[in-house]
Ligand binder design. Structure first.
Ligand SMILES: [Zn+2]
Length: 389
């Protein structure tokens, strides 16, 4: 049977209710059951469902349809059966912190920047709010993000009451809501301090202080809107613990204090690049000495086992300052030797053609060609061909 009376949603009155007694009022063919009353929150408003147990059976999904809350479990139940329900409280509490943090950010972004919330998602690791900003803006500056984050955390620390209720139509009509309701009846309102009031059927702590710290992780354009990514409560505490541990490990590796680590890293990188440049210059010099010793006519040719492509190029650039020079170089490559052929302004031959003629793969211009050799013989072949020209 699919029909059932609406479920009395116990979390509306008491979001802190962790256990309850109820009766099965309907069982579907797929085994899902409806209860006369339930503290299980069904997936809605961007907040995922609660897990927990019913008579010890695991609750693996909760949905609401026409006011009836359907529970998916890993056991079979009979209509009329009495059940004892228990909510997985750490999961629910985490959801309450993220969801209420979402309200705080949405309310503060509306006040500060006129941002209108159009979508919410409470994820396993972090949550997102999609917003329409005036003028089609799709991001906030770092300063604006800091201002937003500071304001919401100040409001959290005021520990203002959070109240949920079902106003009558007369009261509803005059409430200063941030968003108008999307349903006509049974509109539930949540109010946080004197700065956030919207229709919401979700679960919230009873005061803002219980939300804990709120940290914005990123702010980026998404499908023409602005997407804020954040964590709240214990997730924010874990985020601070992890980032602090990363910063401390980085600082220790750099032998610096945490606050000096970014500059220490930049100095380290500059020093590393300078050392690399110096090493590369020394290797280029060594390459030049070898090549000058092995010069035959105008042709410089050698396999340089200590070099890489950059060093080949530097050496070739230096040697082709001599207009008649032909420079044929190779060095170890990924799978086969790398080749670089170059010539001065008046050097003879077409380097790209020579590369192909010796069996090499790759290409380039008449004055500079690069590629790879099938074997160690290709360079010798190229040198012999070049010396004859
Ligand atoms: Zn809410």
């Amino acid at each position: 049977m699919n029909g059932a009376a609406e479920t009395d949603r116990l979390y509306y009155d008491n979001a802190y209710l962790r256990a309850f007694e109820a009766r099965v009022i309907a069982v579907r063919e797929d085994g899902r059951i409806a209860l006369d009353r339930s503290a299980f929150y069904p997936t809605s408003g961007g907040q995922p469902f609660d897990t927990g147990t019913l008579n010890g059976a695991r609750v693996t999904g909760v949905e609401v349809e026409n006011g009836v809350v359907w529970h998916e479990t890993d056991a079979a139940f009979q209509a009329g059966e009495a059940v004892h329900g228990e909510i997985d409280w750490p999961r629910r509490w985490d959801h309450m912190q993220q969801h209420a943090g979402d309200h705080m950010l949405a309310g503060a972004a509306w006040k500060l920047f006129g941002g209108v919330t159009i979508g919410l998602h409470l994820g396993r690791e972090n949550s997102t709010i999609d917003m329409d900003l005036p003028g089609g803006r799709t991001h906030l500056t770092d300063e604006e993000i800091n201002t937003l984050e500071t304001l919401v955390n100040q409001r959290v620390q005021r520990d203002d009451p959070i109240r949920c209720w079902f106003p009558d139509p007369g009261e509803l009509a005059i409430l200063p809501l941030r968003k108008r309701p999307t349903v006509d009846s049974h509109v539930r309102i949540v109010a946080m301090g004197d700065y956030e009031m919207v229709p919401c059927g979700g679960t919230h702590p009873s005061s803002t202080g219980q939300i804990g710290p709120i940290k914005i992780l990123s702010c980026a354009p998404s499908r023409g809107k602005m997407r804020l990514c954040f964590v709240a409560g214990m997730r924010a505490v874990q985020y601070f613990q992890q980032t602090a541990a990363c910063a401390e490990r980085t600082a220790a590796a750099l032998s610096s204090g945490v606050t000096e680590a970014p500059e220490a890293l930049l100095r380290e990188r500059e020093a590393h690049m300078a050392r690399q440049k110096e090493a590369s210059q020394r290797l280029t010099q060594a390459a030049l000495e070898i090549l000058r010793l092995q010069k035959k006519g105008s042709v410089y040719a050698a396999h340089l086992p200590f070099a890489d492509r950059d060093i080949l190029l530097s050496a070739a650039q230096e040697l082709t300052k001599d207009p008649s020079a032909v420079v044929l170089l190779s060095c170890p490559g990924k799978n086969s030797p790398a080749l670089l052929f170059a010539k001065g302004a008046e050097g003879s031959g077409d380097m790209a053609a020579l590369l192909r003629a010796c069996g090499g793969k790759g290409g380039g211009r008449p004055d500079l060609a690069q590629g790879s050799a099938p074997d160690g013989e290709a360079l010798k072949k190229a040198a012999e061909m070049a010396e004859k020209q």
